[in-house]
Design a binder for this molecule. Structure first.
Ligand code: KG4
Ligand code: ZN
Length: 347
């Protein structure tokens, strides 16, 4: 089955053609990251307008690169939740229009499901069920138990900020460019992970909390500079040396990664039947997180991490998720009534 998949939930306009959930026939991503680097974050209205400009050429290129015509596509898949409303609207309207015009079945997929299914892309080994997915993105931090394809149980979630958001906010405090995750990772290379002691939040069960860690970094920076806690965060960066920035970045990254993996270890204790652990979402690009996840702390449980090109937002993962929905018996969506939603849980 060849699926033309479309993704536009945040600031990447993407389309891909995926065969049977794993084979990538084409993959096109137009990122707006350069636009938003100037603003230090995504502006939803600007993102929607950029999607509108890019979406048809991107879809066209995905078909072209796959060497296929519309008649050779079996179905269309699109992200319909969660994400920015204006961004989701452009992708879903395009997919609905194409499904109606071309007479193809339409599948609406959940963005986090797609991040998890990025682990099935390509021709390598695939995760075995039951599994634990650590979903770490700009908007989510969750541990999800999957007993089989398309069966999701959220067993841990953040009570406030997502870990990606925390990377982005700490980067802002340190005066590092947007997006914060890769900037922190790069800056941390020259830093000392033990220089600043940052707290691990005390949250019951498998839930997370990241807003306290962000504030702890803010207080530690103010303290290091001998400034009162009333000093606004935007006034701190010019007083920090490059070495101090690197030490803060390294200490923060180390703490954030340990917090995530401690909860995964705990989840594994609660679910000893688990055969695989999968990492998913933008933060799974983080090299320290990847190395720690694979350092043997999870015993014989195999750890899967998507290839770097599939960790950020892309449409190949949407095609994979949609395929495994289809084989799990999920029905097609009515293109005339497909709705979008900014925040929903994976189901
Ligand atoms: O999954 P994603 O591309 O978009 C959402 O669905 O949110 O995730 C974006 C998040 C951002 O917060 C970004 O800073 C973070 O992923 N990120 C990273 C790295 N690369 C991207 N965080 C830590 N280390 C990285 N190397
Ligand atoms: Zn994402």
């Amino acid at each position: 089955m060849k699926i033309l998949a479309i993704e536009s939930s945040c600031d990447e306009t993407a389309a891909a053609v995926i065969e049977n959930g794993t084979k990538i026939l084409s993959n096109v991503v137009v990122s707006q990251v350069d636009i938003f680097a100037a603003y230090g974050g995504v502006i939803p209205e600007v993102a929607a307008r950029s999607h509108l400009e890019a979406i048809l050429p991107v879809v066209h290129k995905a078909l072209d690169d796959a060497g296929l015509t519309k008649d050779e596509i079996d179905s269309i898949a699109v992200t319909h939740t969660p994400g920015l409303m204006g961004s989701l609207l452009i992708g879903t309207l395009t997919a609905r229009m194409l499904a109606i015009l071309w007479g193809k079945p339409l599948y609406a997929t959940h963005h986090l499901k797609s991040h998890i299914y990025a682990n099935w892309l390509g021709d390598g080994l695939v995760p075995e069920f039951p599994l634990l997915a650590l979903v770490v993105s700009g908007g989510h931090t969750q541990i999800i138990y999957m007993s089989e394809h398309n069966q999701f149980e959220i067993i841990g979630t953040t009570r406030d900020d997502a870990v990606g958001e925390c990377f982005d906010k700490v980067a802002k405090i340190l005066g590092l460019p947007y997006p914060g995750g890769p900037s922190i990772a790069k800056c941390a290379e020259k830093g000392d992970i033990r220089k600043y002691k940052l707290p691990h939040p005390k949250v019951d069960g498998l839930d997370f909390s990241f807003s306290g860690l962000k504030t702890a970094v803010l207080r530690a920076v103010q303290n290091e500079l001998g400034l009162p806690i009333t000093t606004p965060s935007y006034e701190l960066k010019e007083n920090l040396s490059e070495q101090q920035k690197a030490d803060f970045a390294a200490s923060f990254q180390e703490t954030a990664c340990e917090i995530l993996l401690e909860k995964v270890a705990r989840a594994l204790e609660e679910r000893p039947e688990v055969k695989s652990i999968v990492l998913a979402g933008g933060v799974s690009a983080n090299q320290v997180l990847k190395e720690k996840a694979q350092d043997g702390r999870f015993g014989g449980v195999k750890v899967f991490i998507p290839e770097l090109k599939w960790t950020g937002d892309n449409a190949a993962m949407v095609g994979a998720a949609a395929y495994f929905e289809v084989v799990s018996g999920v029905k097609e969506t009515d293109p005339y009534s497909l709705s979008i939603a900014p925040r929903t849980d994976i189901a």
